[in-house]
Write a protein that binds this ligand. Structure first.
Ligand code: SF4
Ligand code: SF4
Length: 245
């Protein structure tokens, strides 16, 4: 991972799902305060992102995630658009936060399971998800998006880390070689190293300095195709593995 470039605001790439999935954020995190059962939708979201993690790396984050959709659609303009500080990009923070987040989640889950005869189980379970969804990616993520950069939260989001874990499993079992796509350069010789692909990358990665057999294999790439859409020489595309390791 290497992120040192002047970053510029540019249009993000949007599929229909990415344009609209942000609506789930207010539905679950605000609606869930009144109807806690809405929080159970997060179970479906977690299962889906884990499946995507196995077969497609962090494709979920760049193309489907409701919070990613919110950050890219609404926080681009108001964001101060600063460089994401090294602190947030640190693997130590990422893993410590993942452990903290999952421990908190499991502790609450055990509490609710242990008291299921005294309390209404499903609404309480839904409330756990609503609280996690509201406090962390919605409030903290939005705050960081506005004062630093839209995708700051994504650099240490525990659900991103979860996808990386699943993707490592997928790689170990060779499940993703035909499904995971990587940013791929047609010809390294034709690249003038203008750095535009790095300047527009929402995760502040640097594809043009990190080709491995013509492909960018950083596990933090969210497969959003913003670099592909912005390369002035049209050298980039998303392709499955060119060479199996
Ligand atoms: S944007 Fe295209 S031409 Fe510019 S450095 Fe990246 S790959 Fe090379
Ligand atoms: S390297 Fe390209 S595809 Fe990957 S996160 Fe950055 S802009 Fe998106």
């Amino acid at each position: 991972m290497n992120r040192e470039t002047k970053h510029i605001k540019t249009s993000r790439t949007f599929t229909i799902i990415k344009k609209t999935s942000w609506v789930l954020v207010p539905i679950i995190s605000v609606g869930g305060l009144f109807f806690p059962l809405l929080g159970l939708a997060v179970i479906g979201i977690m299962l889906a992102l884990m499946m995507f993690g196995i077969f497609k790396g962090q494709y979920w984050c760049g193309n489907l995630c409701p919070h990613g959709s919110l950050f890219d659609r609404f926080y681009q303009k108001p964001s101060r658009f600063k460089k994401i500080p090294a602190f947030f990009q640190s693997p130590i923070l990422k893993w410590l936060f993942f452990i903290f987040f999952m421990t908190m989640f499991i502790y609450r889950l055990i509490f609710v399971l242990g008291h299921r005869e005294e309390i209404e189980f499903l609404p309480q379970l839904g409330s756990i998800f609503v609280n996690q969804y509201l406090v962390w990616p919605t409030i903290v993520g939005s705050f960081l998006a506005l004062i630093i950069n839209p995708r700051t939260w994504c650099t240490f989001c525990p659900m991103g880390t979860m996808q990386q874990i699943m993707n490592r499993m997928g790689k170990a079992l060779h499940l993703q070689s035909k499904t995971e796509k990587y940013v791929t350069i047609i010809s390294e010789e034709d690249c003038p190293h203008c750095g535009k692909c790095a300047a527009v990358c929402p995760m502040q990665l640097q594809p043009y300095k990190n080709w491995h057999e013509k492909q960018f294999k950083d596990e933090e790439c969210i497969k959003c195709s913003v670099c592909v859409a912005n390369c002035p020489k049209n050298l980039l595309s998303m392709k499955t593995l060119l060479h199996k390791n």
